[in-house]
Design a protein around this ligand. Structure first.
Ligand SMILES: *[C@@H]1O[C@H](CO)[C@@H](O)[C@H](O)[C@H]1NC(C)=O
Ligand SMILES: *[C@@H]1O[C@H](CO)[C@@H](O)[C@H](O)[C@H]1NC(C)=O
Ligand SMILES: *[C@@H]1O[C@H](CO)[C@@H](O)[C@H](O)[C@H]1NC(C)=O
Ligand SMILES: *[C@@H]1O[C@H](CO)[C@@H](O)[C@H](O)[C@H]1NC(C)=O
Ligand SMILES: *[C@@H]1O[C@H](CO)[C@@H](O)[C@H](O)[C@H]1NC(C)=O
Length: 193
């Protein structure tokens, strides 16, 4: 079992791995090689941070008796591969409840931002606490930079950062990250391409 090989420095990532791997397994079985996944020690790599720009949560409703329709959106750049995507996740919110549930339905499991195998970008929301947003991010791609022969690599991060409340009334709530968010890559698995 690959999980038994997880290094202690990666323990904090264990919680996020199964969802990402399950998503990929179910989506990509037709094209994915049946190689064994390897968890890597990060010390041997020197990656550039990912950058998230124009991070915004935009919630609107037409009546104060309804839940808000929220849209969480950002551009995500990976300067290690010079690739990028736009993530866009939608959920319902009463505008008050922070806890995930019927009154705040943000996705705690990975959703696909973009899938063009082997290029896959995934997002989940681990927690929201006032203005602190805790995310899980996973970028999968064919990696010919770190691996020869090339492998299918899946990079992980669990960034936490502040989104400032930009405005709110009965019909609209807007949060935005005022600066681009620099995200440290915290985990890597790979398998033969
Ligand atoms: C990405 O772009 C930078 C700057 O232009 C370049 O130095 C680097 O080699 C490129 N990397 C890849 C994987 O294309
Ligand atoms: C987000 O995605 C949904 C569904 O694909 C689309 O309807 C909506 O216009 C997108 N929003 C933005 C701001 O791109
Ligand atoms: C959701 O909010 C409504 C209205 O405030 C409340 O009646 C209901 O108990 C809340 N549901 C949960 C699961 O918190
Ligand atoms: C973000 O917060 C979570 C929960 O507190 C924590 O497990 C994770 O390590 C934090 N991420 C970073 C990059 O510090
Ligand atoms: C990478 O991101 C981490 C977490 O945000 C930050 O502490 C670090 O300074 C960043 N590194 C660079 C070179 O930007």
């Amino acid at each position: 079992m690959a999980f038994l090989l997880v290094l202690s420095l990666m323990l904090s990532l264990v919680a996020c791995l199964p969802n990402a791997l399950t998503n990929l397994a179910t989506l990509a079985t037709a094209t994915q090689p049946s190689g064994r996944k390897t968890f890597h020690d990060l010390g041997q790599f020197d990656w550039k941070n990912w950058t998230l720009t124009e991070v915004c949560l935009d919630c609107t409703r037409t009546s104060p008796s309804e839940l808000f329709d929220c849209e969480y959106k950002f551009q995500w750049d990976d300067p290690n591969f010079n690739t990028s995507t736009v993530c866009n996740s939608s959920w319902k919110w009463d505008g008050v409840t922070m806890q995930n549930g019927p009154n705040n339905t943000y996705n705690t499991n990975y959703i696909i931002c973009e899938l063009a195998w082997p290029e896959v970008w995934q997002l989940k929301i681990n927690n929201i606490e006032d203005e602190l947003f805790e995310l899980g991010l996973a970028h999968t791609c064919k990696d010919e930079i770190d691996f020869q022969p090339p492998e299918i690599a899946e990079f992980f991060a669990v960034p936490n950062f502040t989104m400032a409340l930009m405005g709110r009334d009965d019909y609209s709530i807007v949060y935005a990250a005022k600066e681009p968010v620099s995200v440290l890559i915290q985990g890597l698995t790979s398998e033969p391409a």
